[in-house]
Design a protein around this ligand. Structure first.
Ligand SMILES: Cc1cc2nc3c(=O)[nH]c(=O)nc-3n(C[C@H](O)[C@H](O)[C@H](O)COP(=O)(O)OP(=O)(O)OC[C@H]3O[C@@H](n4cnc5c(N)ncnc54)[C@H](O)[C@@H]3O)c2cc1C
Length: 457
């Protein structure tokens, strides 16, 4: 029996929105204001502001400050119904989605469906890399990376093994897109401005950060002077930038790099490898492709029509990172503008079938403290002005006055001072192997009386 057949039909609404990211929230806000009844189903309760995830990973901000509750954002609208659940199927001929929530499989009927389920990291056929590397897509990813960074510095501080110390203080970042660049810049900055200040026996030069990129430039979509500036800024701060090179293998102790033009292969050891080398549409894109006959491109992204309709359906829309349209960048403005466009068609503000027109308001990327790049039309800015602009724009888009206020306070503490208020970490109480214990256990001690050695509270 098909999975969908086992689900119970619960109810019907005008619009079902799937997801709670930039695309979904932009659609929801427009529908909410227009009084259109809708149900937003998302597998996370929060609206995650991904562009500031790196600040969670590096202890500047806490997750709550960049991930407000969607329910709270839409609380003032009686026509909005937010449900925590995972949408697993769609039956276009019945205008019904199937979702899992609270341990049940449920059905929900719609007049229009708007999918905005985003993307995850792509490993280009090497899925085993996912378990060997750190990613930066979700709050859990950022917290896991933050714990790893702190652990590496704390253990490097006390280890007596020089080789291990070197590995603990070596970081490889794969992919020189915005995420890779900001992480490489931040880790080096952490070494210089936080750990070297706070841990007596660690100098900034002991920390190696290698940024590896397959293309021949940093931040490839920018190109020209802006890419050049970004590379120089990273190198000036001590990041090793390796271009035109692929990571061809990864294990627990490091990575193998291959440069196709010279056929040179080399190995780098590192305890931490961060993967930010491309995106792959989340699973629901596959379901939509199969159910509507929509074509997909590299990374499983849906090749939608110019009005965001999907395959054979004229009442199913997909927006944001899960789709591709006119080669527009998979960034938040594309998701938000797409969401608003679809909402306008649904509420009759523009005719159904109206092709989407992207308004390019410019792009920006942050490199490190006081350095960023910005392009607005023909104007290109670098350095401090671009950095202030980056902070200002991201502050405006951060949801909620309280979060903005806290972000400004945290930025002052971290960028002007040396504070990382969210760097907390407690070592797991893992028993130290017998060979590493200083005192061998007494021979006649009964096995059951031995306690694992606790190395931290
Ligand atoms: C680290 C990082 C930094 C970035 N920096 C920038 C930047 O500086 N500027 C910029 O413009 N863009 C930036 N981006 C890209 C930007 O965040 C994305 O383009 C944007 O989030 C895409 O929005 P979306 O709505 O398509 O998907 P997302 O925001 O990813 O939202 C997807 C939503 O779908 C939900 N979901 C997934 N599957 C299901 C399912 N089956 N059922 C229910 N819910 C589901 C998820 O829980 C999530 O809520 C960055 C991204 C990352 C990861």
């Amino acid at each position: 029996m098909d999975d969908a057949d086992t689900a119970t039909l619960v109810d019907r609404t005008d619009v079902v929105i799937v997801g709670s990211g930039f695309g979904a929230l932009a659609t929801a806000k427009k529908l909410a204001k227009a009084g259109t009844p809708f149900v937003l189903i998302s597998e996370t309760t929060e609206h995650l502001f991904q562009p500031l995830l790196y600040q969670v990973a590096t202890g500047v901000l806490s997750p709550g400050e960049i991930a407000p509750s969607v329910r709270a954002i839409l609380a003032g609208y009686p026509n909005a119904d937010v449900r925590l659940g995972r949408v697993v199927d769609v039956l276009p001929e019945e205008n019904t989605v199937v979702y899992e929530a609270g341990g049940q499989r449920l059905r929900l009927g719609y007049k229009y469906l708007v999918a905005a389920t985003g993307a995850r990291q792509a490993y280009f056929g090497r899925d085993e890399f996912a378990d060997l590397t750190y990613a930066l897509k979700t709050v859990e990813d950022a917290e896991k990376l933050r714990r790893q960074i702190v652990r590496c510095f704390e253990e490097a501080h006390v280890t007596t093994d020089a080789e291990r110390r070197k590995n603990l203080l070596s970081f490889i970042v794969v992919g020189a897109g915005p995420t890779g660049v900001e992480l490489a810049g931040q880790i080096k900055e952490l070494a210089q401005r936080y750990f070297a200040e706070n841990i007596g026996n660690i100098r900034a030069d002991d920390v190696t950060v290698t940024l590896v990129e397959g293309a021949d430039k940093v931040l490839p979509p920018f190109g020209g002077k802006l890419s050049e500036y970004s590379k120089e800024s990273l190198e000036k701060s001590g990041v090793d930038v390796v271009l035109g090179t692929m990571v061809t293998d990864i294990d627990e102790h490091g990575a193998t790099l291959t440069t196709p033009t010279t056929e040179e292969t080399r190995r780098l050891t590192a305890e931490t490898i961060i993967w930010s080398a491309g995106i792959q549409a989340n699973d629901f894109a596959d379901v939509l492709a199969e159910r509507t006959g929509c074509e997909t491109v590299r990374g499983g992204r849906l090749l939608v029509d110019p009005d965001f309709t999907v395959g054979r359906s004229d009442n199913i829309f997909a927006i944001g990172d899960m789709v591709t349209l006119d080669n527009l960048p998979a960034q938040s403005p594309f998701a938000m503008q797409g969401g608003r466009h679809v909402a306008k068609m649904i509420t009759g503000k523009v005719a159904m079938g109206t092709p989407f027109q992207y308004k390019d308001k410019g792009s920006m990327a942050i490199i490190n403290r006081f350095r960023a790049i910005t392009r607005v039309g023909k104007i290109e800015l670098t350095g401090f002005i671009a950095w202030v602009l980056w902070l200002a724009v991201h502050l405006v888009y951060l949801v909620g006055f309280r979060n903005r206020y806290i972000a400004v306070m945290s930025w002052c503490g971290s960028f002007l001072g040396h504070r990382r208020p969210h760097f907390y970490y407690a070592q797991d109480a893992v028993p130290v192997p017998a060979a590493e214990k200083e005192e061998p256990a007494a021979k006649d001690e009964p096995e059951s009386d031995k306690e694992p050695v606790r190395t931290s509270a």
